[in-house]
Structure formats: structure tokens, C-alpha cells
Design a protein around this ligand. Structure first.
Ligand SMILES: [Mg+2]
Ligand SMILES: [Zn+2]
Length: 187
């Protein structure tokens, strides 16, 4: 499960370079705890154009991310874009690069990933990478972004519920006695 950072895992403080201002979103600690308990890998996919703009240094960003891990626990992967619109990179969301990179680090297909975010760029990146997207709107989320979202959750707990319910539902099906036969008897 791949999470946007600002406005999704932690409160959005634009171009924040100060670890003291990091504050988890409601339910973030519990939601991540449930995923780790269920052995679902967790990663962060985050645009940090403040670095390209010179508003924070890469070192500031690292310290903020270290604080995020202090508060929310370790992530299995971090995929970070430090470019800006107009740099023509392939990682800045809505481009799919961060999702593809995080999936590669986790050694899974992007198609098996779920991207959770608070704006349309997150959902577009998910779509472009072939991943499932779940939008958790905040007051900053635009109505059109909510309309266009493939899936909308109330909060992190709800998003994790959706994913863990599907994981639980998928396990018996995959191990059903006929599953193997179904695999190779395709015409
Ligand atoms: Mg965000
Ligand atoms: Zn980039």
C-alpha cells in the first residue's frame, strides 16, 4: 500500500523543512499498524517540489522524513520526487514514476499496489501506473477531484479496511482446489 505523504499521512504544511511541524493525520498510526500486522508492505510516494524551488534543502527534507518514521514507524520504501512541474521528470505525480519505483523496491507489480492520496495527482499517478487508487479527501481536495476519483474513503482507517477486506477475500479463492486447474485450462 503506497501513501502520499502531505495531507494523507501527515498534515499538509506546504514546503515544510521543519521536523517539529510534522503531525500525523488522524488514524495514521493505527492504520499503518494494521497493515504491518497483516504483513502488507507500506511505502511513501511523495512530491517534494520545494527542493527544486530551493525552499527547503534535501537535508531538511530528510529530517522531516526521519521525523515521519519516528512518529509513524518505518516504511518499506520511500519514493520521492524532488523536481517541479516543467522539469520534465517522469516521477512527479501525476506521472507514474514514483509508484513504479516504490513497487520495484517492494518487488511487486504496480498492478498489485494501492495508492492512497488526497488529490487528483495521486489518483492520476495510480491510474497511469496501473495501480488501484483510493482518494481520502481533505478540505483542500477539489470537488472535481472527488468526482473523478476511482474510489473514495472517509479516512485512513476506511482505506485500510477496504484493502484488508479484499486481501482476506482473495486468499481463500487463490488457494481453492480448482484455482490451479483454472490457471492452465484456459482455451
Ligand atoms: Mg498530498
Ligand atoms: Zn521527479
Amino acid at each position: 500500500m503506497l501513501f502520499d505523504r502531505d495531507g494523507t499521512l501527515i498534515r499538509d504544511v506546504p514546503y515544510n523543512g521543519d521536523p517539529k511541524l510534522v503531525e500525523p493525520m488522524p488514524g495514521a498510526v493505527e492504520a499503518l499498524g494494521r497493515l504491518r500486522q497483516a504483513d502488507v508492505p507500506v511505502a511513501v510516494v511523495t512530491n517534494q517540489s520545494g527542493v527544486a524551488k530551493g525552499l527547503l534543502s534535501p537535508d531538511d527534507m530528510d529530517q522531516v522524513n526521519a521525523r515521519v518514521e519516528e512518529l509513524l514507524g518505518p516504511f518499506d520504501a520511500w519514493a520521492i520526487c524532488v523536481h517541479d512541474d516543467g522539469d520534465g521528470c517522469t516521477c512527479r505525480k501525476p506521472a507514474p514514476g514514483l509508484v513504479i519505483r516504490a513497487a520495484a523496491v517492494l518487488d511487486v507489480s504496480p498492478r498489485d499496489c494501492v495508492v492512497v492520496g488526497d488529490i487528483g495527482r495521486d489518483m492520476d499517478a495510480a491510474r497511469a501506473a496501473g495501480a488501484r487508487g483510493i482518494l481520502i479527501p481533505t478540505p483542500q481536495t477539489l470537488p472535481g477531484e472527488i468526482e473523478d476519483a476511482p474510489e473514495v474513503a472517509h479516512d485512513l482507517w476506511d482505506a485500510v479496511d477496504r484493502v484488508l477486506n479484499d486481501v482476506a477475500a482473495a486468499v481463500p479463492a487463490a488457494s481453492a482446489p480448482w484455482a490451479r486447474a483454472m490457471g492452465w485450462s484456459r482455451w
